[in-house]
Design a protein around this ligand. Sequence first.
Ligand code: CDP
Length: 218
Amino acid sequence: MIIAIDGPVAAGKGTLARRLAAALGYAYLDTGAIYRAVAARLLREGHDPEDEEAAERIARSLRMEDLNAPELRREDVGEAASKVARIGNVRRVLLDFQRNFAAHPPDGAPGAVLDGRDIGTVVCPDADLKIFITASPEIRARRRYEELRARGEAADEATVLADLRRRDERDSNRADAPLRPADDAHLLDTSNLDIETAFRAIREIVTRHCGHWPGQAG
Ligand code: CDP
């Protein structure tokens, strides 16, 4: 069973996808972390995030443990990741890694939840269930701003909103695998939902889609 969760910056998909995977006993892959990991290494090695050759080389040598570096959550790394994500050769190199995870979830898990921008459209177009999570730009900026503050990072809400709009635009208008809902995706707008209510809505979508709750737990 493969569940694809896509959506724009800070729509809540990471938190919801992680919780869904835990509740179902499935493996979870944050595909944004893959682009962030390539971007973080490019920055650390002093390259421009638009250096296609260096980005492709780094993407080829990426390891699973690179996805856990704490610096991945930094705003400048997210910004660089959306530039790296426009490079077609980088996307192609990373495709196998993602498809392999979905087809063979680690630790013998009976299913996988992947979240990103193009899971339902490109990475796993045959996923059993696709959910597209969104929220208004203002609400998403507020959430990201609060997340940054909670981590003790200096942030200004207007700047966070401007950065988020720029990244949405870059993700939606790139030639290769742009951000868009798959035709058969369930849409969930979390603008007026807190995380508990949104998670309940996701559980309902899964239960309705499968005819029953497919997990062991809960
Ligand atoms: O957490 P947030 O929504 O800020 O971003 P993320 O999911 O960590 O993704 C970082 C960047 O990676 C995005 O802005 C996209 O440009 C890119 N990305 C992508 O192109 N395809 C994916 N499947 C996942 C992320």
